[in-house]
Ligand binder design. Structure first.
Ligand code: ADQ
Length: 458
């Protein structure tokens, strides 16, 4: 079996105890690397200031090598905060209004990808297969090809891919499309993202789809497919089963005794629809006064990308809004919204999901949304909660037992909340069972295996 090289902007290096630093995705990629032996390369998260970064730092763990590089401060600001997070992220989430184009940032994006390719090159052997992750590194395969590498190279995009009319507002869209065309296999979260990509390719005659999922563009033949990412379903369900014993979960349970809990868990990001969700919660209470003092809405939202101005502004906006709504509908003995800006360990998170009667997941646009899947996996089979899910999350294509909502429609979301809170047990069980069976069958290991099998196939 060929060795595997994974490249992503950030790398999950296991800690001293050998535990994976993060959630399901890191665990699945580490398992895939351990099975075949391999390398995981990416940015250390550190800046080298204004001097050229040192050579790669290699850490061996069994048959996996972690290879990390620093970036200069200029590269961090222009490639990462600039082009990746202020152009590609908003454009791929259909937010043309938030994209900030700058020539320096665009140039830096391509320069850092060339730098990554040159740092990676000495580690690559002829039989290795290379799997590149996410929007930070689209041009990487083109750079490796230019250096003469003939390896199988695949790319998986974790975020949505927009339609041509949205993508083409970006000045360097042709170079980005050319970059994608240099891979052997392109993986998207859903078939809608794949269709959007095919549409972009065809629109200006950049390429053709010879048969479904088989493309030719810029002199290269490649494939594209939908590979919906999953979670480590069984392990997460196990966390949730055991979580009741955890002191933090016990305290949370006691503090909502006699009330129904609604939970929202998201990075603080404008794509997640947090302000619209708070509006919907307020509307739900206003329209259903019988639920006043009977529900608590817990929103857990770690800060993210605070150095990017749009995110900093959002931190203030959401905190203010939560405070305003608490002031407007709260009573002397009831705080309707508990708003928390911190990271929670996975076992505790699983326990909190299980306590909640409704999981409220309402992104305005999301590649997949793993929170929706985690909420379902964490439920008690005898008394499961209800998932209220945005139709604009990739997960909505799979989780048919959810109550699907349009997050821009505040009244519609408020109505779904009411329906979720009042749903009879039989209906909850039936909806949940179908979703859970799907998640057990299509977990993150299956996703990984499906992608790598297709990438290996000529
Ligand atoms: P994200 O935009 O980060 O991921 P999501 O898929 O929901 O969104 O994953 C977030 C992860 O962070 C979940 O595993 C969640 O449990 C965890 N998390 C969130 N808040 C937390 C908190 N307070 N404490 C601890 N953990 C927390 C991107 C794309 C998604 C795509 C994923 C994977 O934007 O669309 O589903 O990658 O491909």
């Amino acid at each position: 079996m060929s060795r595997l090289i994974i490249v992503s902007n950030r790398v999950s290096v296991p800690d001293n105890q050998g535990a994976a630093a993060a959630g399901g995705l890191a665990v699945a990629l580490q398992a895939a690397l351990a099975e075949r032996g391999g390398v995981w390369m990416g940015w250390s998260g550190k800046s080298s200031g204004d001097i050229e970064p040192e050579p790669l730092v290699l850490t061996e763990d069994g048959n996996i090598t972690y290879a990390l590089t620093d970036l200069t401060q200029t590269d961090v600001e222009e490639y990462y905060q600039g082009f990746a997070n202020r152009v590609l992220w908003p454009i791929c989430h259909y937010r043309l209004d938030l994209a900030e184009y700058g020539r320096k940032e665009m140039a830096s994006y391509f320069r850092v990808n060339r730098f990554f390719a040159h740092r990676l090159a000495p580690l690559v052997e002829p039989d290795d297969i290379i799997w590149v992750h996410d929007y930070h590194l689209i041009p990487l395969a083109a750079e490796l090809r230019q250096m003469g590498f003939k390896n199988r190279i695949g790319f998986f995009l974790h975020i949505p891919w927009p339609p041509a009319d949205v993508l083409f507002t970006m000045p360097v869209h042709e170079e980005i499309m050319r970059g994608l065309s240099s891979y052997d296999l392109l993986g998207f979260q859903t078939k809608y993202d794949l269709e959007n990509f095919a549409g972009c390719l065809k629109r200006e005659g950049m390429g053709v789809e010879n048969s479904p999922g088989h493309f030719s563009a810029h002199g290269h033949n490649f494939r594209g497919g939908a590979y919906s990412i999953g979670i480590e379903t069984a392990a997460f369900a196990e966390f949730a089963r055991k979580a009741a014993a955890h002191s933090m979960v016990r305290k949370a349970r006691q503090s909502v005794e006699g009330r129904d809990l609604i939970i929202g868990v998201d990075r603080l990001d404008y794509s997640k629809g947090i302000t619209q969700r708070i509006d919907a919660f307020e509307r739900f209470i206003t329209n259903n006064p019988a639920h006043q003092r009977r529900v608590t809405y817990l929103q857990i939202t770690p800060k993210s990308r605070s150095e990017v101005p749009e995110y900093e502004a959002m931190q203030h906006a959401v905190a203010e809004q939560a405070g305003r709504v608490n002031g407007a509908i709260g009573t002397v003995d009831w705080v309707p919204i508990r708003y928390i800006n911190r990271s929670i360990s996975r076992p505790v998170l699983a326990g909190l999901y299980r306590l909640a009667k409704v999981g409220l997941v309402t992104p305005l646009r999301d590649g997949m949304n793993l929170v929706a899947k985690e909420y379902v996996a964490a439920q008690d089979p005898d008394d499961p909660g209800v998932l209220v899910l945005s139709r604009f999350a990739g997960a909505a294509r799979e989780l048919r037992g959810a109550l699907l909502v349009n997050p821009y429609d505040v009244d519609g979301t408020a109505n779904a909340l009411a329906r979720g809170i009042n749903m009879p047990l039989e209906e909850r069980r039936e909806r949940w069972r179908g979703m859970m069976d799907h998640l057990l069958e299509n977990d993150v290991s299956r996703w990984c295996e499906n992608f790598l099998t297709d990438l290996r196939a000529e």
